[in-house]
Design a protein around this ligand. Structure first.
Ligand code: MRU
Length: 340
């Protein structure tokens, strides 16, 4: 897959408009941080690591807009920009991690802000580069868990499109295939935004990796029929007691446990937030029309009926076999010991 986001030579943020996939592969080129914030909110770009890089690049664009202001005014304006960018999606920890990482550079810069934007742009570009390296290492570590002939279930899209490139949950699949193993993927469609059907299927098909899409309610049966051997999902935030990922992940993990099927979570360390517990995390609730109307179009519930739209799920660690990071594969206990 081509990168989902990049910094252009004329200082713009270029991203695949994921709302148009799988029908159209088109790009947005943004040069205003407010538009970058909107693109995160309306999910032109989505997936925790990609959101993080978009946030960093949004901050870089803001420094270009404000660099000629006196230092105090500059800092005030940048604080507002950071707030607008952070206020887009509350669950993915990479968003806050990325803005904070950029903020450290801004806050510690001693001189006139004029030359600061170059440093911030370089940092945002570095974060995009690091994302690919981290994902390749997740791929290498995760591929050791996969055997020739495995069928992997994944939920939502934690692939190349959810990152800069290569993906997290799909990285072990990509890496195992590069090693010559035969691996098939089953993708949950992932109501209501259909990231599995639209995005996971798109990127795997694009890269000629075998993929089949199922309705979200089918995975339990397929596990029972042994048509799935392993589950790998991504994550938006890992706290000390649970994994946050797309709504529906908890039910997949329960079905996996009940069928003795390993359930792995692929998590770059930028997604770990082990000083927190479930009670610290806000689960994003999105517009109810995402549930009542299929892809914002056909209404599927009677007029006047309320819909609830929680975007993320909480999966307790007792259902998680292992967490695959860029450093290795860890049980819950090992993860806490290594990173807490
Ligand atoms: O609402 P989304 O599409 O941003 O949700 C994405 C997910 O839930 C992914 O699984 C998660 O961000 C991990 S991405 C590598």
């Amino acid at each position: 897959m081509i990168p989902s986001i990049e910094w252009t030579s004329d200082n713009k943020v270029k991203m695949i408009d994921q709302t148009l996939l799988p029908h159209k592969l088109e790009f947005l080129e943004l040069d205003d941080y407010r538009d970058v914030a909107t693109s995160i909110k309306v999910m032109n770009i989505r997936g925790a690591p990609a959101i993080g890089v978009a946030a960093a690049m949004g901050m870089a664009i803001a420094t270009l807009e404000y660099k000629d202001l006196p230092k105090e005014k500059f800092l005030e304006s940048m604080e507002k920009a950071a707030e607008i960018i952070k206020n887009t999606r509350p669950t993915a920890s990479n968003l806050f991690w990325a803005v904070d990482r950029i903020w450290k550079i801004i806050a510690s810069y001693p001189d006139d802000p004029k030359n600061l934007s170059e440093l911030v742009i370089e940092e945002a570009k570095l974060m995009a580069q690091e994302d690919i390296t981290v994902n390749k290492n997740i791929g290498k570590n995760g591929a050791e868990l996969l055997q020739d002939g495995d069928v992997i279930l994944t939920h939502c899209n934690a692939g190349s499109l959810a990152t800069v490139q290569y993906g997290t949950a799909l990285a072990p699949v990509r890496s195992a295939i590069e090693q010559g193993k035969k691996i098939d993927v089953i993708a949950d469609e992932t109501r209501p935004r259909l990231q599995g059907a639209r995005l996971t299927a798109f990127e795997l098909h694009y890269d000629k990796i075998p993929v089949k899409v199922i309705s979200d309610t089918s995975s339990g049966l397929l596990m029972r029929l042994r048509k799935i051997n392993k589950v790998i999902v991504g994550t938006d935030r890992v706290t000390s007691d649970a994994v946050f990922n797309k709504i529906g992940t908890y039910l997949v993990a329960l079905a996996a446990k009940d069928n003795d099927i390993p359930f792995y979570v692929a998590a770059p360390t930028s997604t770990l937030s082990l000083h927190e517990t479930v009670n610290d995390v806000t689960i994003e609730q999105r517009d109810s029309t995402e549930v009542s109307n299929v892809l914002g179009k056909v209404q599927i519930v009677p007029d006047g009926v309320e819909c609830l739209n929680y975007a993320f799920d909480i999966t307790p660690f007792r259902l998680v076999t292992g967490v695959i990071t860029e450093d290795g594969v860890f049980t819950h206990k090992e993860l806490l010991k290594r990173y807490e």
